[in-house]
Write a protein that binds this ligand. Structure first.
Ligand SMILES: C[S@@+](CC[C@H](N)C(=O)[O-])C[C@H]1O[C@@H](n2cnc3c(N)ncnc32)[C@H](O)[C@@H]1O
Length: 390
């Protein structure tokens, strides 16, 4: 690997609008040691190199990032400014935390509530210690050997205690398994976006949260704080395990098995361990929810307010029974579109308002679907104007 000290400004094609600041001149003092930018194997012309950036003290644990320089520059402020992070996002009082990481039967360590949580209460806030551009891992700009070397440097730059904890996430002894860190990232990394580019983020405690096909929690990414929140989906009692779903919600047993396969474990959650008859009931409901969704996509063909009402109510009941509430984000918007199609604009408006609320709850204040919601409001506005003209 040829190190390349990266000191000149790059074009910033990945940021929109382009970041006017020269990436390393503006944040060179922030990263330590000096960022290291090995030349990709297929030559520098094909775009900026991925560089290793480390800030060893941030959030008391340090952070290493492997990404393009403009994207690292985009992280520096405000996300990585500790003084701009509100108290609720600082781990300033660990005795206030109502959780612990504890061993569980069949699934290693996991997150356990040591107090009770109300529905939608934040259970845990976590900050990443390693962020790696997804295409750096999955693409072939760098050979496997060079990827390994760069990841080793990124982890090696972290403070000793953090490094030890990252190594503790490995399934086998890191000294015997050369690709351990790639495996840790693939099995524990959370997908996040930085300026629209996919990255994998590794959290020390967040990585211990197990999967459940009928989860009692979900996770929410807060880009401006560079934080992950684990939020209670329903009330959670003291002593209960807190788990979220690694798979998209609403899948049937077989679909979940296929999606979970890359994680390399057999799901032991209550739903997967339930008698086949019980699982079949859940599968049938999940299939039916999807069927209703598809039928509502052609609401104009139904041409009946009663029929649309019936289908909407049926889906709502099934979603509740299957505890798939986060799916309402999408379903409320879908119901609104169906009502617009059949000119039931009052009902459409109610569902758009509900979808807006759901996005804030499940996607957070900084959710990415602002444009999607705006489009829906505009669709309604057009329909309302047309209705006035008639
Ligand atoms: C992201 S880690 C979660 C923390 C892990 N239990 C530990 O001890 O570090 C994912 C791993 O946890 C285990 N796991 C998570 N959810 C599980 C489940 N529902 N059933 C069985 N194993 C599970 C699997 O070994 C999986 O590869």
């Amino acid at each position: 690997l040829k190190p390349r000290q990266y000191t000149t400004c790059l074009p910033t094609p990945l940021l929109s609008p382009p970041n006017p600041a020269c990436p390393l001149e503006s944040d060179g003092r922030f990263w330590s040691p000096t960022p290291w930018c090995p030349t990709p194997s297929d030559g520098y012309e094909s775009g900026p190199p991925d560089c290793i950036f480390t800030t060893p003290h941030i959030r008391n644990q340090g952070l290493s990032v492997i990404t393009f320089p403009p994207l690292a520059a985009a992280l520096v402020s405000p996300a990585l400014d500790d003084s701009l992070v509100p108290p609720s996002f600082r781990r300033y009082n660990s005795s206030a935390e109502k959780w612990k990481i504890a061993p569980l039967s069949n699934r290693g360590l996991g997150l356990v509530a040591t107090g009770s949580f109300k529905q939608h209460e934040t259970v845990m806030v976590g900050f990443p210690v390693l962020i790696v551009r997804l295409e750096f891992i999955n693409g072939d700009r760098y050979s496997m050997k060079n990827k390994r070397k760069m990841l080793d440097v990124a982890v090696g730059n972290l403070p000793e205690e953090t490094r030890r904890q990252v190594e503790g996430l490995a399934r086998s002894n890191p000294s015997n398994e050369k690709d351990w860190i790639v495996d840790v990232l693939r099995t524990n990394g959370f997908g996040i976006e930085i300026a629209g580019e996919g990255h994998l983020a590794l959290f020390l405690e967040g990585s211990r949260v197990n999967h459940n096909c009928r989860p009692n929690a979900f996770w929410r990414w807060v880009p401006s704080k560079l934080a992950m929140e684990v939020v209670a989906l329903r009330g959670i009692g003291k002593g209960e395990e807190v788990a979220h779903s690694y798979a998209p919600l609403g899948y049937t047993h077989e679909q979940r098995k296929a999606v979970l396969q890359p994680w390399g474990f057999q799901c032991q959650c209550a739903l997967c361990s339930a008698p086949a008859r019980e699982r079949d009931v859940a599968d049938a409901r999940r299939d039916r929810i999807l069927e209703v969704y598809q039928t509502l996509s052609k609401a104009a063909d139904l041409n009946s307010v009663e029929r649309v009402d019936q289908l909407v109510n049926e889906a709502l009941v099934l979603i509740e029974k299957e505890e798939l509430q986060p799916q309402l984000v999408e379903y409320y918007a879908h119901f609104a579109r169906a009502y617009i199609e059949i000119n039931e604009l009052k009902k459409a408006r109610e569902f758009i308002q509900k979808a807006d609320k759901m996005w804030l709850l499940y996607g957070g204040e900084e959710h990415e679907n602002v444009d999607g919601m705006l489009e829906l409001w505009n669709l309604l506005k057009e329909a309302e104007l047309e209705a006035e003209d008639d």
